[in-house]
Write a protein that binds this ligand. Structure first.
Ligand code: KG4
Ligand code: ZN
Length: 327
């Protein structure tokens, strides 16, 4: 079995995965959403303190598995430095105490592997990762052959939802709050410009749209009856930006199997629009279960299983955290 730890942002999670079957034997996550909500975003120092309480609490629940562990896998990149280091330090301690190898996992590969929890891997894949930290399209041939073909030049898709929600006083995380509010709104009421719509670049940008929404919220001048329309129009344009760039990309790279992963892949409007986009391409859409879209340790454990099989271990002295991803 593999013990896996995730602490890259505001979720403390630990999982136990059976190597032979990919079976998830244990998974527990303690989220910090309520604690960060009042600040409208994640406060790194507060997150670090909360991980220091939550991780040992969860670890105590898996002690019975210790004799059966073959390795310990941990998110080492990307994420908040002060929170990554807590998971990595715990993993190193477990590795020394139980004399088992250490596996440093890239969180973004973790999101890709959220598709394969309790399942076999399925490659090749074209993947859209939409999370709080990242918006990127990747061509995934295998665990070790991943090419990023498009990414955001500034804010990420999920982050733009968080910032727009903060403008409207909806708390954190903003994605579910905006999605909810948008249900009762008119998607065409506000004519926000689609980012980079005239640019030939296959890349993403959310800072301009965010600022356009800021002006609309200021103009509403506290009239919250306008918020559902603003939320719906924002969600529409944020999604249209993704589908327009993907459409352009698909002209030269016809996908057979397409996946959406990451916390924001839970967005139902995004899912429906991507489904429509894929129809003429006869491409299959795969999604992770809703409970594994956002950060979790089950996905890290699933990567851990494949890395264990390929003996991709880290030396204790070499395993360091890295806030920025190399993907
Ligand atoms: O993958 P994740 O849990 O953490 C990172 O790795 O960043 O993603 C969290 C992000 C947050 O920005 C959150 O607002 C967004 O995912 N999110 C959504 C939805 N649910 C979560 N964004 C849009 N619509 C949603 N339904
Ligand atoms: Zn994530």
């Amino acid at each position: 079995m593999i013990l896996s730890i995730e602490s890259s942002c505001d979720d403390s999670a630990i999982a136990i995965t059976e190597i032979a079957t990919n079976k998830l034997l244990f998974h527990k996550k303690i989220s910090q959403e309520i604690e960060h909500s009042v600040y409208g975003g994640v406060v790194p120092e507060l997150a670090a303190r909360l991980h220091a309480q939550a991780l040992p609490q969860i670890l105590a629940q898996v002690e019975a598995y210790f004799p059966k562990l073959k390795a310990v896998a941990v998110t080492a990149t990307p994420g908040l430095a002060v929170t990554l280091v807590e998971g990595v330090t715990m993993a190193k301690a477990i590795s020394v105490a139980l004399e088992i190898p250490l596996i440093g996992v890239n969180h973004l590969i973790g999101h890709i592997y959220s598709l394969f929890i309790e399942k076999e891997t399925l490659f090749p894949l074209t993947v859209l990762l939409v999370s709080g930290g990242h918006t990127q399209v990747m061509e995934v041939k295998s665990l070790t052959e991943i090419e990023t073909v498009a990414k955001s030049m500034d804010d990420s898709f999920g982050e733009s939802f968080d910032k727009v929600a903060k403008m409207m006083g909806l708390g954190y995380p903003g994605g579910p709050a905006i999605q909810n509010l948008a249900k009762n709104g008119d998607r065409l009421k506000y004519n926000f410009t689609v980012p980079l719509h005239q640019s030939p670049l296959i890349a993403f940008s959310y800072s301009g749209l965010k600022n356009a929404v800021r002006l609309a919220v200021l103009e509403a001048d506290g009239d919250t009856t306008k918020y559902p329309d603003i939320a719906a129009s924002f969600e529409h344009i944020a999604t249209k930006h993704l589908t327009m760039k993907l459409k352009k990309y698909f002209k030269t790279h016809n996908p057979n199997t397409f996946a959406i992963v990451g916390g924001a892949s839970a967005n139902l409007y995004l899912r429906s629009q991507i489904e429509a986009l894929l129809k003429p391409h006869n491409a299959k859409l795969i999604l992770s279960e809703l409970q594994y879209c956002s950060d979790n340790a089950a996905m890290i454990g699933r990567v851990g299983v494949d890395m264990y099989k390929q003996k991709l271990f880290s030396e204790m002295k070499d395993l360091d955290i890295s806030p920025k991803s190399s993907l």
